[in-house]
Design a protein around this ligand. Structure first.
Ligand code: PLP
Length: 454
């Protein structure tokens, strides 16, 4: 098949040979897949030339926007100089080492080291083992249970999917693995009942203490959570939640792990999500915005407390990936972080576009089908409701989200739907005018839901 013919035939070839992540393949093959051809700034273009505002930054990751020639150039330079070398067996490469230094410079004095991975899932597998090695080295081999949250998301590897709290993922592959248990999520709108958000935040955090007491603190290694639950629906916790979680972790000497794969690198108007909430985590998996998705790279930020034990007492850490600290991916990430610094994107989200987005997003709460519209920085979650006065949900929540999402897509806006929540996470370079466009198009989708789904 020649190239031109193959190009016009991509849909059929895709159906025949390509299995997609998180997809109903039968339906996808019947409906046909969308083919994205190119991108620039905050926009993507499909193979018919249709332009979309990418309100989701790819998959929560293209923080500096598309088409950054600086990153392409840095990648090409590194490709030509050293396309690959590993960081095993007493070796490093310049980009990997400089990237670790750069990340730590933004993580704050609590952290000292970075362990590199190829993805966010691998980062979660990595800290999982680190936490257990940490306690074992300190003479507590029984302190190994990890407490996580229902509806949390930490990746698709066996450990990542176990840590995640998605039941429909656990059902495939007999997960979670032993030693991982889940508590509830701080999702006030649906689970808060008659409690105020603040009361509910304390109750949701209190589940951690109950679980620790049930298991015994001497059995629990760590608690892991995203600062704001992303894939679960941009669940923004009530203000009382995180301070109480922090108190409990300290009281029972449980490692606090904040999964920064989405919240890291400026999304909340701070370099990291734990900084927004004033938390002091011991380990943080990172990925996505680290390279703005230009090349795959992730890692774990390791606090001095844990690094000191792992480095000075534990001996070899028998763990690593062929692509840990891949020099080309590291070069892309370094250039990406340089852009975030030089263009002051974190400050821009904190002081300008974040507050502007918050106001525009919140304005959607006047719509008949919107129960709540909350955001932090450039991360928004909007709750659809069949009856906003009683917080009654649609009979099939997932259908409501799909109706809005598809209508937006038809009108040139990419957003994600998780059940009856609409999620936004645009590139950090989005302008005020583009935020207006995003919110106006979403409002059209909400009108469509009101008019088509009683
Ligand atoms: N952790 C969080 C919070 C995520 O949102 C994701 C991906 O969406 C992951 C981990 C997994 O990252 P990856 O898909 O790079 O393996």
């Amino acid at each position: 098949m020649n190239a031109a013919h193959a190009r016009s035939n991509i849909g059929a070839i895709d159906a025949a040979h390509h299995m997609h992540p998180f997809s109903d393949m039968k339906k996808l093959n019947a409906d046909g897949t969308r083919i994205i051809q190119r991108a620039e700034g905050v926009h993507i273009f499909d193979n018919h030339g249709k332009k979309y505002l990418d309100g989701f930054a790819g998959l929560w990751c293209v923080n500096v926007g598309y088409g950054r020639k600086e990153i392409t150039d840095a990648v090409m330079r590194q490709m030509n100089e050293l396309p690959y070398y590993n960081t095993f067996f007493g070796t490093t490469t310049e980009p990997a080492t400089l990237l670790a230094e750069k990340i730590i410079s933004h993580a704050g004095p609590r952290f000292s080291h970075v362990f590199f991975t190829g993805s966010g899932s691998e980062a979660n597998d990595t800290w999982f083992r680190m936490a257990r090695v940490y306690w074992k080295t300190l003479g507590h081999p029984e302190k190994k249970v990890i407490i996580s949250r229902k509806n949390g998301y930490h990746g698709s590897t066996v450990a990542g999917a176990s840590l995640g709290g998605m039941k429909w993922m656990h059902e495939q592959g007999d997960l979670p693995i032993p030693g991982v248990v889940h508590i509830g999520q701080p999702y006030w709108y649906v689970e808060g009942g008659d409690l105020s958000p603040e009361e509910f935040g304390l109750r949701a955090a209190g589940e951690l203490e109950e679980k620790i007491l049930e298991l015994g603190a001497d059995k629990v290694a760590a608690f892991v959570a995203e600062p704001i639950q992303g894939a679960g629906g941009v669940i923004i916790p009530p203000s009382t939640y995180w301070p109480e979680i922090a108190r409990i972790c300290k009281k029972y000497d449980i490692l606090l792990v904040n999964d920064e794969v989405i919240c890291g690198f400026g999304r909340l108007g701070t370099w990291f999500g734990h900084q927004y909430y004033g938390l002091e985590p011991d380990l943080c998996p990172i990925a996505k915005g680290l390279s703005s998705g230009y090349l795959p790279i992730g890692g774990v930020m390791v606090s001095k407390r844990v690094a000191d034990v792992l480095i000075n007492e534990a001996g070899d850490f028998n763990h690593g990936f062929t692509y840990s600290g891949h020099p080309v991916c590291a070069a892309a990430a370094l250039e990406n972080l340089r852009i975030i610094e030089d263009e002051k994107l974190v400050e821009r989200v904190r002081d300008d576009t974040g507050p502007y987005f918050a106001k525009a997003w919140k304005s959607l709460e006047d719509h008949e089908v919107v129960g709540q519209a909350e955001s932090v920085g450039l991360m928004g979650g909007l709750q659809l409701a069949a009856d906003k006065t009683t917080r009654r949900r649609y009979a099939k929540p997932e259908d409501a989200g799909v109706v809005v999402r598809n209508h937006c897509l038809k009108n040139g806006l990419v957003l994600r739907a998780t059940n009856d929540r609409m999620l936004a996470s645009p590139p950090l370079i989005i302008t005020r005018a583009e935020i207006d466009e995003l919110v106006t198009t979403l409002r059209g989708g909400l009108d469509h839901l009101r008019d088509t789904m009683p």
